[in-house]
Design a binder for this molecule. Structure first.
Ligand code: NI
Length: 255
């Protein structure tokens, strides 16, 4: 059986504080071959660095999430660049736009911070992992401006039409546990439309656990449920889904 490559997880999250070590060991036993851990705020950058150093199968993405755009400044920027020069740090992320929460920094601030982190990805020749919540139009426009940077739309929530636009600029679609939810309407259509070579599977752990674990703390071995659903939609085997999505990550991160 091919190994699972979890393209997006937050194992630095405090929900894992109690049993992180044991859990990560179990994941390896359960067929998880690699994980790309995302930082989200300044504190989680440090925690991601610790995880990457400690575990051979964890790679790191470093960046500031739109919710925390206020934390971004020249000093943080320089620190991000320095960390990304390290061996197992392979992407800028999790960055993006989030217009859902009113308490988030203003749009202009979020956009400025996103653009600046696109500049980092561009200068380092790295992919960027995008969080896009109710901001489809703006984020797609910016991604198109930076066509030389490979954009990954994590936990994809857009339309089939938008997915086609993302394919045109060489982007990837991250498929989360949402695919297994009964009320998932657009995502199955997107999975059907997008070529297997452009799909990634992701937990977004500890969030977004797939059925039958919905609402529970998510973990990378639960991704089998997402892989099974993709296999069903695309009428291929689970093995093919796991193999292709892991290869996509290997290519994306130049591993
Ligand atoms: Ni995330």
């Amino acid at each position: 059986m091919a190994l699972i490559f979890d393209s997006h997880a937050h194992y630095d999250d405090q929900q894992f504080d109690e049993d992180r070590e044991e859990l990560l060991r179990t994941l390896k036993e359960n067929g998880v071959g690699a994980i790309l851990n995302m930082s989200s705020d300044y504190a989680s950058i440090k925690k991601t660095v610790d995880l990457v150093e400690k575990y051979d199968f964890i790679y790191g993405a470093v960046g500031i999430h739109p919710e925390n755009a206020d934390e971004y400044n020249e000093e943080v920027r320089n620190e991000i660049i320095e960390i990304l020069k390290g061996d197992k740090f392979k992407a800028v992320g999790e960055v993006g736009l989030d217009y859902y929460w009113e308490s988030n920094p203003p749009k202009e601030v979020q956009i400025g911070v996103l653009r600046d982190q696109y500049e980092i990805a561009k200068s380092l020749g790295m992919p960027i992992i995008l969080h896009d919540r109710e901001s489809h139009e703006d984020i797609l426009r910016i991604a198109k401006e930076y066509e030389g940077v490979v954009s990954v739309f994590h936990s994809y929530s857009g339309s089939v039409e938008m997915a086609r636009e993302i394919m045109k600029i060489g982007g990837y679609i991250g498929v989360s546990g949402v695919l297994t939810f009964k009320n998932a309407r657009k995502l199955p259509e997107v999975v059907k439309e997008v070529p297997l070579e452009r799909l990634l599977i992701e937990t977004d752990a500890p969030y977004m656990a797939p059925v039958p674990y919905r609402g529970k703390r998510n973990r990378s071995d639960y991704l089998m449920g997402v892989a099974e659903k993709i296999a069903e939609i695309k009428e291929i085997t689970v093995e093919e889904v796991l193999h292709a999505t892991a290869e996509n990550m290997t290519r994306l991160l130049s591993l």
